[in-house]
Design a protein around this ligand. Sequence first.
Ligand SMILES: [Zn+2]
Length: 187
Amino acid sequence: MPRPRIPVSHTLASLTALCTEEGDCLIWPSIGPQRKKITRPTVFHGGVRQSVRRLFAALRGDPQALAEQARLAEPGYWAATCGDPHCMAAAHTERRTRAQHMDNARTRANSGATNLIRIAKIAKSQRERRGKLTEAQIAAICNSPLGIEKEAQVHGVSPALIARLRRRNPAKAAGTVWAGLGRRAQA
Ligand SMILES: [Zn+2]
């Protein structure tokens, strides 16, 4: 006999409790390599799988998020402005229309700027949190050819932290690819 499905309903407190504070960021958990792939974390709430970031906005009382949840408004793109797709911090949440979303993705791909901001930001929050890694060390970690375990030993931090820092770097690769295409197109 199938087990009856219990609809899980979250409160702002229960949802926040699942996250980890990293500096100014509020990081939604995810397991292993999934974190690399999932750019829009979802969760069951009231029997419906939905965007965690929009649910956070709704639970914080955002009228637009509440309207979308009630299907009274066209769903928007709820994005993290800090560059970490798993960040749920209110201050790092932005609702974008589809056009804004596409525009933003293009801008991000065409400049390495966001990535530099992100690296600086990670460095800042890491310093605040543990006082262990400098900006330069984080940049080195992201560019190092060493394996995760080795790198963790070198810096005296957990392999999980190294893995996380490296996974936070996708815009850099995108920037390189698009910059390359741009150059070819101009040639
Ligand atoms: Zn953030």
